[in-house]
Ligand binder design. Sequence first.
Ligand code: ATP
Length: 450
Amino acid sequence: MIIGIDDTDSKNGMCTTYLCAVLVDKLREYGEVSIPRLVRLNPCIPFKTRGNGAVSFEIKVIPEKEGKVKELVKSRVSELSELQDEETNPGVVFIGDTALRAMSRGGSDKRNEHISKLKNFYETAVRDVLKIEHAYTLLSELHFDYFGLKKKRGLIGALAAASFLLVQKREPAYYDYTYELIAYRRKERWGTSRVIEEKSVWNADEATYPLIWDTVDLANKKLVLAPHSPCPVLFGIRGDSVDAINKAYKLIQAEPAEREMLFVTNQGTDSHLITYEEAKGTLHDHHSYILDGVIKSNPQTIEGGHVLFALTLALAENTEGRIECMAYEPTKGFRDIIRQLRIGDEVTVYGSFKNRTINLEKIKLRKLNVEVKSNPKCAKCGKRMESAGRAQGYRCKRCKTYSSEKEVQIVDREIDEGLYEVPPVARRHISKPLIRTYVNGGINNIHPSR
Ligand code: ATP
């Protein structure tokens, strides 16, 4: 049976991953439990608590014990959820073996149709905005059992997380994935400041980077593995290799953990980004895009230290082609890259979209504009000529000389072409660190930030 869970926590406490860890440890009495999944859904959803995470796992349980397992999950979710918080609306989805068998009734075409609906639901939850009705419709069509409290909005995340696991189980390489080992605090320490020996984290990073990443931020001299909220998480180690994660975990000295749990996750995969072709020419708020364009205004630093430039999109005709791009203050040194750009640079921007503004997560400098055009100099007096009117060339009034073309100077740019990213302190959970592209044999022209 696959079980998906979401929306159990609040800003003041709990964490859905902790609830999952408690359940996984407990449910091992009832049958073999898989590595749980931690999926990050659309990072722009307004009602998320923090990182819009949901969880799922699979338990191999005999049919006679399914009911008992469900009861246990329901009671733990009811007991541990932050129900007093208005924004906490738990949801749990159960995909039992009977429901799985029913999905195959009608042959392989029917089964594939159902699987593709679940794929679509997960992908939509990561990139788009869903209504609770979408979850109810699919749950009822596929006869999945579920449980919810209050407004039950968590059913969206719970179904998405369960779908991710189901698809991965059938086709392990279908979705890119990484790992996170999360260590949890003993209950008596919740809400107090975390005891983590800083030097040991730097050592662990040095011993395992780039197989683990986003543990420290070198440029900003900060640890980024621990949250600052009163939740039960002590810290998390993220990476592509379980061995490297375990090695780092052994090296980190910290307060004693209550328990640890390893998750397979879509963190660090860029699954939230929609290409222009996929967007079919229309951009919507609360979605994240990859867009090609040409810089239309030189970057300027505005109040609050944010850096802003205008971009003309390389779009098909009849769409609104101009947007703003912003490197916000928390992106720190990334703003220095942006400040070096200028009108005419051809770039690809990556980030979430709201009020016609992209919140930059990454930028690819595809072709830097190395030309500076100015009015030509008069061959006689050496002064700059004036325009002779629209598309009519340039002239020197005094010497009566004429030139049809602007003068073009080639300038040195102090920045290289390639892909740049925000530093780990400002990275979204779901954003793919550039170092992963490099490790996995991708393009070379990248400038990882760490
Ligand atoms: P944490 O990361 O600490 O677990 P959170 O940021 O995941 O907290 P939740 O408390 O889970 O926040 O709240 C997010 C809510 O948004 C859930 O109810 C979830 O079902 C819902 N949700 C997630 N993705 C979407 C989406 N794409 N469209 C609509 N609702 C969504």
